[in-house]
Ligand binder design. Structure first.
Ligand code: BDR
Ligand code: CA
Length: 318
């Protein structure tokens, strides 16, 4: 069985990513490492603990990661993030705090230890800024060859960004970290806006969760309705909300959900296009590619997997 680490800035689609992972018998969620982005680090960690409890999985350890990029002194949540995810990150829905605390060890050391313990069997899925994995690779560069696969949510190759015309939110928070990851030699699959804005959820699906009558079903429905409503303002042309982070988990579980382009990637870290994810012209002719960029997705199959797994989980949780 594959071992999974989710590295989350636990907002709404991150919470749906947790749900997808916990609803997937093919993988064992061995830990969540916290990052910043949709919310501050501490709020994201609080949300990860509370959501795993509510979904009936208090055994999942949660680690605190780094609170901001290495190129900044601090981090503040963008207004647009608070608008899309709510002030508390989970659609301003109130759920009980977990009685648990985050683990005492650091997220960076947990990632390094897991790479050494599980090697090929480890899939690491970052769905916020790449700050923690970049720090882990800086501390223990050899893990690039040890981690089985990294499936990241972030970037945009064939479509515009969502922060501005060329950058996506997770990459924009720490372009240097994402660039270091792409250049590290680790095996990476990039799940960017190219595919995540094709996998959309509507009120029709969230109604199914509410009808379950469980606390978990009601929470997922209320939280996701907040997100769908925000998308009605920010992206009315889509007709639903983007399932960014759950798609990365879906691909971690079953890589055949997407078609990919093998391309050595880089992130622009200077100049007007800072934060752009694009092919690295200097490594274009290298015989080996380490990054696969998702450019196509089997939308009906993913949505079916998404609904089946999460609805089953929510039906049997509290
Ligand atoms: C990404 O940014 C965050 O707001 C979401 O959780 C997702 O990981 C989408 O650009
Ligand atoms: Ca996220």
């Amino acid at each position: 069985m594959k071992k999974l680490i989710l590295d989350l800035d636990t907002g709404i689609d991150d919470a749906l990513a947790i749900s997808y992972a916990l609803g997937s018998p093919e993988v064992e969620l061995i830990g969540i490492t916290g990052t910043y982005g949709n919310v501050l680090l501490d709020q994201g960690v609080r949300n990860a603990l509370a959501v795993t409890d509510l979904l009936g999985h208090p055994e999942v350890p949660v680690y605190k990661g780094l609170p901001h990029s290495s190129t900044t002194d601090s981090f503040s949540v963008l207004d647009i993030s608070a608008f899309i995810h709510g002030r508390n990150g989970i659609g301003d829905v109130s759920i009980p705090d977990s009685p648990r605390e985050p683990e005492t060890g650091s997220a960076v050391d947990f990632i390094i230890d897991a790479a050494k313990t599980y090697g090929e069997d480890l899939v690491y899925v970052p769905t916020g800024p790449m700050t923690n994995i970049a720090a882990a690779l800086a501390k223990a560069p050899e893990i690039k060859d040890e981690i089985g696969r990294i499936v990241l949510m972030g970037g945009a190759l064939t479509v515009p960004g969502n922060v501005n015309a060329w950058t996506e939110a997770n990459i924009s928070q720490d372009p240097e970290a994402a660039d270091a990851l792409f250049r590290s030699g680790a095996r990476v699959t990039m799940i960017g806006l190219d595919v995540t804005l094709r996998t959309l959820l509507t009120y029709k699906e969230t109604a199914r969760w509410r009808e379950l009558g469980t606390k978990a079903g009601t929470f997922l429905a209320d939280m996701t309705d907040y997100y769908i409503k925000a998308y009605e303002t920010t992206s009315p042309h889509l007709g639903g909300c983007g399932l960014h982070d759950p798609l990365a988990v879906g691909v971690a579980v079953d890589p055949t959900l997407v078609s990919t382009l093998a391309l050595n990637m880089k992130v622009d870290v200077a100049g007007a296009t800072r934060g752009r994810t694009i092919g690295d012209e200097k490594r274009l002719n290298e015989p080996a590619t380490t990054t696969d960029v998702a450019v196509g997705v089997d939308v009906p199959r993913f949505l079916d997997e998404f609904m089946t797994r999460i609805t089953t989980l929510a039906a049997h949780a509290a």
